[in-house]
Write a protein that binds this ligand. Sequence first.
Ligand code: MN
Length: 201
Amino acid sequence: MAFELPPLPYGYESLAPTISEETMKYHHDKHHKAYTDNLNAGVAESGLEGKSIEEILAGASTLTPKVRNNGGGFWNHDFFWKIMAPGGGQPSGKLANAIAEFGGLDKLKEEFNAKGAGQFGSGWAWLIADASGKLKITSTPNQDNPLMDVVADRGTPILANDVWEHAYYLTYRNDRPGYLKAWWDVVNWNEAGRIFDSVAG
Ligand code: MN
C-alpha cells in the first residue's frame, strides 16, 4: 500500500492572512505531493514496502538519501498541517504546565523563533518532549526530524515550523523572523496538547 498525500484538515484559505491561500496550495499540492510521490518511488527501490513511515524514519541511518529526505518531507508536512488551525488559541492542561516549567510561553516562543531563524538554509524548528514530558526546542536541516536515529535531539514532536523558503517566501519574502513571529497565530494548541498528553500522560 503506497503512501497517500493526506488531505489538508481545513481549507487552503483558512490560515490566511498568516499563511496565504496561494502558499498553502503550492505547499500542499505541489511540495507535499512531490515528497509523497518520491517517497513511494524510494520505498519501492529500497524494498521497504509495508513498513509504517515511523518505522522507516526510525532507521534513517540505513536509508538512501531519497527515502530519508522524502520520507521526512512526507511525515513533517502531515504533522505540520495538523498542528496548525484557524483561530489559534492558548496552551492548556498538562502542556501549559510543562510550558510554565520551561519558563513560560514567551520564553518558549523566543527560543523556538531563534532556532528557526538560526537554522542555516532549509529545515525545521521543533518543540519536542522526552518520555518524562520535559520540553526541548531543537532544529533540523532539510527534512530530518526528531524521530530519526541520525538526529542528536530525538523526542516526540509537539510543534514544528517549516523554515524552508517555500513555506513563507510568497508572503514574507526574505523575512523568515517575521514569518516565525506571525506563525504563532495559527498554532493548534488543542492538537499539541493532545499529542503531549499521549507522551506525558
Ligand atoms: Mn515545506
